[in-house]
Design a protein around this ligand. Sequence first.
Ligand SMILES: Cc1cc2nc3c(=O)[nH]c(=O)nc-3n(C[C@H](O)[C@H](O)[C@H](O)COP(=O)(O)OP(=O)(O)OC[C@H]3O[C@@H](n4cnc5c(N)ncnc54)[C@H](O)[C@@H]3O)c2cc1C
Length: 545
Amino acid sequence: MKSAEWDAIVIGAGLGGLTTAAYLATNGQRVLVLEQHWVAGGNAHVFRRKRAFEFDVGVHYIGDCAPGGAIPNVLRGIGLENKIEFLELDPDGFDTILFPGITFRVTKGWDRYRERLVAAFPDDETGLHRCLDVFEGLLAEMKKLQEAGPAADPAQIVRDAPNLVRWAARPLSELFDDCGLGQKARAILLAESGAYAVAPSRTPVVVHAGLLGHYLKGAYYPKGGGQVLPARLIEVLRANGGEIRTRTRVERILIEDGSAAGVRLKSGEELRAPVVISNADLKRTLLDLVGRELLSPATAGRTDAYRMSLPIFCVYLGLDIDLRDRMPNTNYWYCDSYDIEGMYQACYEGRMPEHFPLLITTASVKDPHNPHVAPAGCSSIEIMTWVPAEYAFWRVHEGPAAGEKYHRDGDYRSNKEALTELMIAGAEHVIPGLRDHIVWKEAATPVTQERYTLSTGGTSYGIETAIDQFGPGRPAPATEIPGLFLTGASTMSGHGIVGAMRGGVATAGAVLGRDLTREVDQGRVFGDPSKLSSAPEWDPWQYSR
Ligand SMILES: Cc1cc2nc3c(=O)[nH]c(=O)nc-3n(C[C@H](O)[C@H](O)[C@H](O)COP(=O)(O)OP(=O)(O)OC[C@H]3O[C@@H](n4cnc5c(N)ncnc54)[C@H](O)[C@@H]3O)c2cc1C
């Protein structure tokens, strides 16, 4: 048997994979990261066009980034505390929700959020208080339980956590019914549900409470754009003896005598390590890279049965106007119907809803001094909505992960172009005259997303965070195959930047056999931060290639 050159190989350089890699490297492991795309970051990567505009794929805003917050803590643990600055969106209105006849500005802090909701919907006052009491109560109870640790007594949990016990795993729509909320109040509460893209009838109350709690601690954007997150993690990896190879697709995880032994690349090269961690899509990891025949029937069956989250369609525009003159530092959630449940149901049925919500966000306003975002006097903007995943809807057959060339196909293009135009028309309700100022336009479908990240169904959120698939209903970092671990959006920690990064710490802890999350929360710092460079001209995108 060949000896292993690496202690651990990480498949995929998304934020989950890179966080795991950085934590392992700073804890003395020799780590190699393999990424199929030519720039690292997965959904956190940015792309540039015409040497003029830069666009974020999947870092638009992140909650809880003040010192001591969830992501700053993860960064501090590997010496990055002062290497990434977070710029706060307008705390008095970080999201602006627009429905017909209603403009609602989401403010930082539960108390002010509650006041604004009650002022906007006085007829729903009692129901709103009850609903927010459940959200806040449940989050406070969860925090206490986490602090108590795994030794907590189940009988005590029932006594001390009534909101958690009664509501955490029930559908959000049941809570709204129980509170007697009207459709408009529900729609405002649900406007940001696109951040996990699950219908309220399938969403566990705790997931929505967690999302609101995350952003109500303040909404932030990383200075320098989304790419700074992967780039800084790579810097930690390299400074601690690790390596990353981009343009390197893993085709097989080697299993020998029932344990992980390394990987085989698409090129045929084999690389050996006693630990393999996959940040790649969950289904592809287990069913293709490992192989169904090597899984227990229970695991194979569960993996088949997991439902993926709905994917996102995104329009990227370069504009010849400075949006800072036209809008506050906010994201817009715009929708011309209140029937949020109906919009999700249409997507589940494989069709585009007649009315659909838009998230409109611009780095030109969030991070006005980043020289890469747009030339002076110009702006870049992203417009998103959730969409059906089915290949039939997008007029493709096998998908790009299987090698299908699709992007010149006439049907695919006309479908994509039609939706792009509808989304621009929707965005014009928010930024009038937008269309007249477009100097760059492109869009990404779920098929594009699959091409760049190899995710099943083109999702970026992993398996759906539904009642039967959240928390312990998701895979743990350790698998049934010794030496094989999972990290990223589909694991227990969930999706989004915070889910992927906190989950990355948990997976490194599972590899090392330690509760690293607790160590990090207690303030431990691993590695030697003085090894990290701080050249002012450092370009995160170039550095991540
Ligand atoms: C349009 C959009 C907007 C979003 N907005 C936000 C937001 O504002 N805030 C927020 O918190 N979250 C947001 N997200 C979600 C967030 O970006 C993701 O949930 C998160 O980044 C996923 O991280 P991950 O660790 O699961 O890895 P991923 O990003 O999924 O990366 C996995 C990596 O593995 C690589 N890979 C896969 N297979 C192989 C293989 N066989 N060999 C080698 N490499 C492989 C892929 O190329 C990829 O780089 C958004 C996502 C999208 C798409």
